[in-house]
Ligand binder design. Structure first.
Ligand SMILES: Cc1ncc(COP(=O)(O)O)c(C=O)c1O
Length: 485
């Protein structure tokens, strides 16, 4: 086993050996002398600061097949293409294996609404570990957790899976089973997890609404009944109208992580009316928005009640969970519906298939109960004040970008924030190199954010937020000095 602690000498030698390669690479990239010099120095110092993370990445690459990284591979930044390896975390902070401290903005990809390792979740997990992990018999608290979800979201019945992907897959299956229709609508820009049936791309060559597979290995058969429509575009409602007899479901991420500025309330309300009139299941994928924008999620915020909603992330308190919640008419397809002892009732409704060894895992349920109880006791003020702080944070960043002439704009939806600017295209255009370098500079200064999307938590302090803003400003200054802006 490779130690994660003693690498002080590692890569001083390796870096020297590589410097020829790096010089050649930077020269070939068409950078100016000033840019080459700056970048060479920055890459060496970044690699040195995070040398154990880099070493672990390289050492285990032969055996560990892993795509967790900093986005698309770019030869220019090859020497910094490795994930920061975490050692521990608490509150708003994480510490890497080299002892560097970061203010974390990734927050477990949106999981850690209360920061890292909050004591009320930790205590619930320890108590459950003391009682053991019982998979097979029914959980003592699963009914209570279902009830809490129902109370907070307004959904009638609840069922548990292990991940968001499974929850979405199950919601689609339920919708198809109940409506006895095949087609579903997915909106462009939405990510619904990695089930084959949602791994779709728009068919740009044919310019129609029918989806094509997103990646090799996903079969056309899996996505032939998927239509991809523009999110928030009134014309999409016309297409839904045209296909209304064939549609089992319309699947919506109410506010997409990649486009937090797009918050189309009127569109969603019209979509609700249309799907209701046409017997189409409206599925809200609330993996990111659920319990974040409001205890009742985006449905409460936009005043739209979906037929089925899927949740995960926050509600699991750091333990894997997926939740499928919905109206009786849909959720009864899981168990045959309501019945009672002592009378003639029995599960009457036609069922679909649903299973999973780890569903209702005791640790996930213990964490979920702690999270939901905490939210219920705190009320909406918990989300409201965090959402407002995130809005202020984004405002401060935008004011700075505007004052300094930086063509970036941010937006937020609750405690999720991200880019509101247009996508920067062209792998090695000056703008895209500057954007990539900005990300590395921010990491280098101890702010853990891998893209432009991130999350604030209730554990972030004013000091943390001021530090992040200062780091962004300093990084822009450095990039100017290097000739990249
Ligand atoms: C909106 C949405 N749906 C589904 C998923 C998939 O969830 P999981 O990664 O838990 O499978 C994600 C994950 O980020 C998501 O953001």
């Amino acid at each position: 086993m490779i130690s994660t602690t003693h690498y002080d000498d590692y890569d001083v030698i390796a870096l020297h050996q590589k410097s020829d390669f790096l010089t050649e690479l930077l020269a070939k990239a068409g950078l100016t002398n000033q840019q080459q010099k700056y970048l060479q120095h920055f890459i060496n110092s970044y690699s040195d600061r995070t040398k154990t993370s880099k070493h672990l990445s390289q050492s285990y690459r032969p055996v560990l097949s892993d795509d967790k990284n900093l986005g698309e591979f770019n030869l220019l930044f090859k020497e910094m293409y490795y994930p920061i390896v975490a050692n521990r975390s608490m509150g708003s902070k994480i510490w890497d294996v080299d002892g560097n401290e970061y203010v974390d903005l990734m927050m477990g990809l949106g999981i850690n609404l209360f920061g890292h390792n909050p004591s009320f979740i930790k205590e619930a997990l320890i108590a459950q570990l003391d009682q053991g992990i019982q998979i097979g018999p029914q959980s003592e608290i699963v009914g209570e957790v279902a009830e809490l979800i129902s109370q907070l979201t307004g959904m009638e019945r609840v069922c548990f899976s292990n991940t968001g992907t499974e929850a979405v897959m199950t919601a689609i299956r339920i919708a198809r089973a109940v409506t006895e229709r095949k087609k579903i609508v997915i909106f462009s820009g939405s990510y619904h997890g990695h089930f084959d049936g949602t791994l779709v791309n728009a068919n740009k060559a044919e310019d129609n609404q029918y989806a094509i597979p997103l990646a090799p290995g996903v079969l056309q058969n899996f996505v032939s009944d998927v239509l991809i429509l523009d999110y928030g575009n009134p014309q999409s409602l016309e297409v839904i109208k045209a296909y209304k007899q064939e549609l089992a479901a319309v699947l919506v991420v109410p506010v997409q992580t990649s486009r937090p500025a797009l918050q189309p309330k009127e569109f969603l309300q019209k979509l609700r009316k249309l799907t209701q009139e046409s017997g189409i299941a409206l599925i809200f994928d609330e993996m990111v928005t659920g319990f974040r924008i409001h205890p009742g999620g985006a449905q409460a915020y936009f005043d739209v009640q979906a037929d089925i909603a899927t949740y995960g992330k926050i509600v699991g308190g750091g333990i894997p969970i997926g939740v499928i919640a919905g109206k009786n008419i849909y959720m009864d397809a899981i168990d045959g519906g309501m019945w009672s002892y002592g009378d003639a009732s029995y599960p009457l409704v036609k069922k679909t298939f649903f299973a999973g060894t780890f569903c209702k895992h005791p640790l996930a349920l213990a964490a979920a109960k702690a999270v939901l109880k905490y939210m219920q006791n705190s009320g909406f003020s918990l989300q409201k004040s965090l959402n407002e702080r995130t809005t202020q944070f984004v405002k401060a960043l935008n004011n700075y970008f505007a004052a300094d002439g930086i063509p970036l704009q941010m937006a937020n939806f609750g405690s999720l924030f991200g880019s509101a600017s247009l996508e920067i295209s062209g792998e090695n255009s000056t703008a895209s190199v500057a954007m990539s370098l900005l990300k590395y500079h921010i990491l280098d200064r101890g702010v853990h954010l891998l893209g432009v999307n991130g999350y604030l938590s209730t554990a972030h302090t004013c000091e943390d937020i001021n530090y992040i803003i200062q780091v962004v400003k300093d990084s822009v200054t450095n990039l100017r000095e290097g000739g990249f802006i």
